[in-house]
Structures are given as structure tokens and as C-alpha cells.
Design a protein around this ligand. Structure first.
Ligand code: TXA
Ligand code: MG
Length: 316
């Protein structure tokens, strides 16, 4: 199949929406990362998503909506707390898990009785959902196990020839995936940290929330850890500021807000959510063996980026 490259013009977005209504897959930009969209009510299209991504069948998908009315199509019960989050953070990089309406195909949630819902804060995504006339399921538009795509080149690198189209919306503002919070438990639980922080959520709800799997994130605060990652091929080397002097930097992409080096085998970028995933892909393209990340105090406090660093660095 030839993958159409579409622009973010209205006419192209309408073309993409027609493809989605015809049961095809279309990758599109959001403020976090690019998503691989399919009509939420089209089971064949959703099966295709799992197939082209090589995604495990037990990993549920996020429903993307463009209005509050669409949320009501998807969930039978929106608690007062969930309402507060919707009022405060939609549209934006937050996904809330709610009870799933029986009319929503089970495959969307990999059989779970819940459904994850997000309203992207991106004009292209919102317009596309409106013209598709249905909520869209959209995992990140990468092959399973690869870093999420933050521009159209990343999407094409993984999916060219296997999806109907991709809409070019430039580089994603946030650069890492949305915060996911389960609102079906008695105490809300953050399942995936992100740009919307625990503190921001607690401020809105007025109650404490929990965070899943903090042990992994805490572990990485120990300096000098080296792990091999399943993808990218590059080894992710995580250093503390105090390790800089004793470390030899060579043939690496350095992500650092502190040290800059003048070794011409070192490519340096600031460590931000926008540079993280693209540096992984760049290392693989250029056959650079390592990506070295220097953790400064600010970064260590940022649960969203620490979560992605720890995942990329962990042995799989
Ligand atoms: O920012 C984002 O969320 C991006 C853009 C495209 O919107 N999407 C994204 O989707 O990251 P994906 O499929 O790569 O990640 C979805 C995450 C997975 O960790 C999945 O397990 C979780 O959301 N999830 C989805 N439905 C869930 C549910 N019903 N209960 C618990 N977790 C759920
Ligand atoms: Mg993903």
C-alpha cells in the first residue's frame, strides 16, 4: 500500500477523515506524540492497528474525542472527580480511565471493562475527529517497542507502506505521551506519568492520588547506571552530575542541561521531553553506540521524563 503524505490543510484533513470512515488507518499529530488512528466502532480497523504495530493483544487503546458529548458515548459513569479533571485538563495531555459503555467494542480496551479517554489539544487532531464523525482509537504511531514518533519522519520510518496516510503537523509540542490516570478506583492512580503532574491533579481534585510503579523510577536516581534497552539499539547510559568528571565521553549523543563537550564525536542536545525520543532514533540512524543522559536536579523531579528514561534504559 502506498502511504499518502497529507498536509494539515482542511481539505487534506477531510481526505484523511474519509479514509478513516472507510476503515483505513491514518497517523495524525497530537500535542504529545503522533497517533495511529482508526474509527473506534470499526473492529476490523482496530485489528489492523494491532497488526501493523506488532502490538500485544492485551494492551488497551486510548479513545480520542473532540467534545464532551463524545465522552458520554464512551462511558456510562463520569464521577464528580472525573468531571473535575475533564473541566481542568481537557483538551490536553491527560488520559482518564473510566467505566466502558457496553456499546463500545471490547477490542478497544483489550477486553477490560474500562476505557481510556483523551481529548488532544491539537487543531489537526480535533478537526480530524470531527470530520471522522466518531471517536478515534489512537496508540502512538510507532512499531511496538520503538520510541513514540514526534514528527512525520519517525512515523514513516516505522509504518510507511502499511497505513493509508499520515498527516504532517510538524513536531509535537510535548514530546512524550499523555499522563494516564485511572478514575475507576477508590483512590485515583496515575498509571503513566506525563506532562500533567501528580501535583497539578491533586490541586484540582483536592485529594491525594497514587502513582503506579514508582520503584523503577526511584531506582534510576542512583548514579552511573548502565542498561541495555530493547530499542533503540544504542545503550542508554544514565549519569549523575557528580559522575561527569570521571566519565569518558566519546561516540555518543549527550542529552544534558549542564555539561557541553567539545569532543567532535559527541552530539549534544538539551535534555527535554522534545529531544528524548528523537535522539534515540538519531543514534540508531547514525550507528552511534550510546545515548548518554545526565540527570540534573530539575529533571530528577520530573516524573514524566524520568519514567521514559527508566523504561528506555531498563533491560527487557
Ligand atoms: O499521548 C498519548 O497518549 C498518545 C497520543 C497518540 O494520544 N497515545 C498513546 O497511546 O500513548 P499508547 O497506545 O501508545 O499508550 C496507551 C497507554 C498504554 O500504556 C495502555 O496500557 C494504557 O494507555 N491504557 C489504555 N487503555 C487503558 C485502560 N482501559 N486501562 C488502563 N490503561 C489503559
Ligand atoms: Mg505507545
Amino acid at each position: 500500500m502506498k502511504t499518502l503524505r497529507l498536509s494539515d490543510s482542511l481539505i487534506d484533513i477531510q481526505k484523511a477523515a474519509q479514509l478513516l470512515r472507510d476503515g483505513q488507518l491514518v497517523a495524525f499529530p497530537t500535542e504529545t506524540v503522533y497517533g495511529l488512528g482508526a474509527d473506534l466502532f470499526n473492529i476490523d480497523a482496530i485489528q489492523q492497528i494491532y497488526k501493523v504495530k506488532g502490538r500485544p493483544q492485551d494492551n488497551p487503546l486510548i479513545a480520542h474525542v473532540s467534545s464532551v458529548e463524545e465522552i458520554l458515548l464512551l462511558s456510562s459513569y463520569i464521577s464528580p472527580f472525573a468531571h473535575k479533571l475533564i473541566d481542568a485538563f481537557f483538551p490536553g495531555p491527560l488520559t482518564i480511565v473510566l467505566p466502558r459503555n457496553p456499546t463500545v467494542p471490547g477490542i478497544v480496551s483489550a477486553g477490560h471493562s474500562t476505557i481510556a479517554i483523551r481529548m488532544p489539544n491539537h487543531q489537526v487532531a480535533q478537526t480530524l475527529i470531527k470530520y471522522a464523525k466518531a471517536p478515534l482509537v489512537a496508540p502512538s504511531a510507532n512499531l511496538s517497542g520503538k520510541p513514540s514518533p514526534t514528527n512525520i519522519d519517525h512515523v514513516l520510518e516505522d509504518l510507511d507502506g502499511n497505513i493509508a496516510a499520515v498527516i504532517d503537523g510538524g513536531t509535537c509540542r510535548v514530546g512524550i505521551e499523555s499522563t494516564v490516570i485511572d478514575m475507576t478506583t477508590s483512590i485515583p492512580i496515575i498509571l503513566r506519568p506525563g506532562f500533567i503532574t501528580k501535583e497539578a491533579i491533586e490541586n484540582v481534585l483536592g485529594v491525594p492520588v497514587e502513582v503506579m510503579q514508582m520503584s523503577v523510577i526511584k531506582e534510576i536516581h542512583a548514579p552511573g547506571m548502565k542498561y541495555r534497552h530493547y530499542a533503540p539499539h544504542a545503550t542508554i547510559v544514565v549519569l549523575d552530575v557528580s559522575d561527569i568528571d570521571s566519565h569518558t565521553f566519546t561516540q555518543t549523543i549527550l542529552l544534558s542541561n549542564i555539561a557541553t563537550l567539545h569532543d567532535n564525536t559527541v552530539i549534544t542536545y538539551p535534555l527535554t521531553t522534545q529531544t528524548l525520543y528523537s535522539s534515540f532514533r538519531e543514534a540508531d540512524h547514525k550507528h552511534i553506540p550510546t545515548v548518554t543522559i545526565i540527570l540534573d536536579e530539575e529533571t530528577k523531579k520530573d516524573m514524566g521524563i524520568m519514567n521514559r528514561i527508566s523504561k528506555a534504559a531498563s533491560k527487557k
